[in-house]
Ligand binder design. Structure first.
Ligand code: NAD
Length: 320
């Protein structure tokens, strides 16, 4: 569909929609979602031009993969018209980045997703494991899986930004195709920006997630488990209230902010209803048309965020 914008994903040859469908809500991570709503959301996303779906066995203890799998089965477009990414190494039971576990994991994921292959398999939240194991054991295991055709490309994900250069500087060039960074390219935290030239020099595709900072930049606010410090939560609530008082929506502003950097191939948003899909696609189309994001509102919101700008929270084991 014209307008949503397709972007190259690094050197993979994949073209992904600038707005990607984050399937973690399908695992009931942000509250219960009816299966029929989940399936309808995925179909609506495809109808409106979204071609990129991201999940993990961790989301809802495999529920997200199962529900996404059911939804993908209802699609009438050929398999090569959409891109599916899942993850390995993070499970309900804990973290396990061993070669044996990730090799078993992809078969389990493919069965749940009803697919013969996924386009991208990513090591999920590697800051919770040993980064040296990722370099020396997990990535080589994923290379072997790639040779079987069960996956096409390899990625790594996590919150702290230093994990990306640590791994990318130690693996053979071309063995990691994409990185997924979350909560570091939104209005309140844009710290990924400084790393983008390095990532480009390494030839990896960049996916960002959580333009709403996992629900912080929404009118209804974050889920109870949200790890942000209280001063950040308070600033986000104040920003949402400010936007609402002006008849504007913080989520629309937040999404358009994240989409404006074309060095980012796709911005993943967690979606769980047709209405959310339609709203987000409309915001993305507007942003891609070059219709300016509301600069005046953005400036006002940035003032509210200035005391907490780039404030994050700890994630992972301390040696990382
Ligand atoms: P998000 O910032 O996208 O926020 C999701 C929340 O916003 C959900 O509650 C959703 O219902 C709500 N929402 C969606 N559209 C809305 C709208 N228009 N108005 C108001 N609320 C709206 O956070 P997320 O879901 O955590 O991130 C997106 C996706 O990125 C995930 O589903 C996942 O696929 C991926 N992700 C990956 C990692 C990782 O690999 N470590 C981490 C975070 C996210």
């Amino acid at each position: 569909m014209a307008g949503l914008g397709m972007r190259e994903l690094g050197y993979t040859g994949l073209k992904v929609s600038s707005l990607g469908f984050g399937a973690s809500p399908l695992g009931n991570v942000f509250g219960t979602v009816k299966e029929e709503d989940a399936i309808a959301s995925v179909n609506e996303a495809v109808r409106l031009g979204i071609n990129f779906f991201d999940t993990s066995p961790y989301y809802g203890s495999t529920l997200s993969e199962q529900v996404l799998g059911k939804a993908l089965k209802t699609l009438t477009i050929p398999r090569d018209r959409y891109v599916v990414s899942t993850k390995c190494g993070r499970y309900k039971e804990g973290f396990d980045f061993s070669a044996q576990r990730v090799t078993q994991s992809i078969d389990e994921s493919l069965a749940r997703l009803n697919l013969d292959y996924v386009d991208i398999l990513q090591c999920h939240d590697i800051e919770f494991g040993s980064l040296d194991q990722i370099v020396n054991e997990t990535i080589p295991a994923l290379q072997k899986i790639k040779e079987t055709g069960k996956i096409r490309y390899i990625g790594i994900t996590g919150l702290p930004l230093n994990i990306f250069p640590y791994v990318l500087d130690r693996v053979p060039p071309g063995s990691v195709d994409v990185i997924l960074s979350y909560c570091h390219y939104s209005i309140n935290d844009s710290s990924l920006e400084d790393l983008l030239p390095y990532l480009k020099s390494k030839g990896v595709g960049v996916i960002t997630a959580s333009p709403f900072s996992m629900g912080l930049l929404t009118e209804s606010g974050p889920p109870e488990w949200h790890p942000a410090p209280s001063e950040l939560k308070a600033a986000c609530a104040a920003a949402a209230t400010h936007c609402k008082a002006k008849g504007k929506n913080i989520s629309k502003l937040a999404l358009q902010y994240s989409l404006k950097n074309t060095d980012i191939s796709s911005v993943l948003v967690g979606m769980n209803s047709i209405q959310q899909v339609q709203e987000n696609v409309a915001a993305a189309i507007e942003a891609n048309k070059g219709q300016n994001i509301d600069d005046e509102l953005l400036k006002e919101v940035e003032v509210i965020f200035s005391p907490v700008k780039n404030l994050s929270w700890p994630s992972g084991v301390t040696q990382n």
